[in-house]
Design a protein around this ligand. Structure first.
Ligand code: TYM
Length: 335
């Protein structure tokens, strides 16, 4: 607890241009916590290098992800916005937690299995221990609540297990966090394969709607979205594509599934896809305008990064001092 408020922490990897999955599953919800909680939102660039990155691209996307946080409504005065590599305590605690995370636990992580299959020539140790670094991100700030999409649920469970294990050995050290997973948008699906998660690293551009896509591109992608051989806009078996479009449309318009079914009763898939594209493009237009303005001002973004790094480092130092003491690491008086 900092400044008498409970802590919210979440992170996004700057490993690609963010998608409407990242937006609806996570970032859009971040600002709802800003008044009640002490919120830290991190650009997790250290996680991103578990997969090979082009350095110039990684640098550019780090600025862009921060700009997108702000364009999505996160005020740097009300939230601590920062970059993971600016706070070395993340990797320090990450190593410590590696020693309290079991090989068997890490072997069961589905994200590790998926990413190993996709990067068969680079199954590195970082990819394997990724979840302990993620646990460090969260536990470092005594986080109570972690807003994420459903794909992160397994990592969160592991974080809780690590925290409980450490607390059991050393006495109360970490707050055991809870996930905050949205109801209808926890897993936005690929537009090309609606049984698969929409992923920012997908090579098929038609599968992914990016927050920064132009209105034309957004409408074109929705028009091509894979659906089914039927013609009714309603929920049901084998209608993954339509149900995915319904969640997206609902999230951008605030309409319930029943309202959507009623609105499109008797209409065809073409009309519905057009409406989803329009609603998505219209909702993203102000975010895009704000992003363009912010991304042009690198000096300002760097000042936000600096302020965020200072705030986060201060808070991280408190936990680290406690952890080192409990472990039996000798601490020197000097700073
Ligand atoms: P990342 O960068 O893959 O995704 C960022 C956030 O977006 C959510 N998300 C989705 N939600 C709904 N539908 C989708 N198709 C979709 N795709 C992604 C993710 O669940 C996530 O909330 N390991 C994390 C980053 C991380 C982190 C943390 C998160 C590192 N440390 C500590 C929370 C707390 C990741 O790879 O997210």
């Amino acid at each position: 607890m900092f400044k008498d408020k409970k802590v919210v922490f979440s992170g996004v990897q700057p490993s690609g241009v963010l998608t409407i999955g990242n937006y609806l599953g996570a970032i859009k919800n971040f600002k709802t916590f800003s008044d009640e909680y002490y919120c830290l939102y991190c650009v997790v660039n250290e996680h991103a290098i578990t997969v090979r990155q082009n350095p110039a691209e990684l640098r550019k996307r780090t600025y862009e992800t921060l700009a997108l946080y702000m364009a999505c409504g996160l005020d740097p005065e009300k939230n601590t916005l920062f970059v993971q590599s600016h706070v070395p305590a993340h990797t320090e605690l990450g190593w410590i937690l590696d020693c309290y995370t079991m090989f068997g636990e890490l072997s069961r992580m589905t994200q590790f299995k998926d990413k190993s299959a996709k990067n068969a020539d680079n199954i590195n140790a970082g990819l394997f221990t990724y979840p302990s670094l993620m646990a460090a991100d969260i536990l470092l700030y005594q986080t109570e609540l972690v807003p994420v999409g459903v794909d992160q649920k397994q990592h969160l469970e592991l974080t809780r297990n690590i925290a409980e294990r450490f607390n059991q050995v050393y006495g109360e050290t970490f707050v055991v966090p809870e996930g905050y997973i949205p109801q209808t948008t926890a897993k936005i699906m690929s537009l090309s394969e609606p049984t698969k998660k929409m992923s920012k690293s997908d090579e098929n551009e038609n599968a992914v709607v990016r927050i920064l896509d132009s209105k034309d591109a957004i409408i074109r992608k929705f028009k091509r979205a894979v659906t089914d051989s039927g013609n009714e806009i309603r929920r049901g078996e084998g209608k993954d594509g339509i149900m995915n479009l319904m969640s997206i449309y609902g999230a951008f318009t605030g309409k319930t599934e029943e309202e959507i079914e009623r609105e499109f009763d008797g209409k065809g898939y073409g009309d519905f896809k057009m409406a989803v594209g329009e609603a998505c493009a219209d909702a993203l237009a102000p975010v895009q305008a704000e992003f363009t303005r912010l991304a042009a001002d690198k000096a300002y973004l760097e000042s936000v990064m600096e302020k965020g790094a200072d705030e986060a480092s201060r808070l991280a130092a408190r936990t680290m001092s406690k952890v080192r003491r409990k472990l039996g690491f000798v601490e020197l008086g000097r700073k």
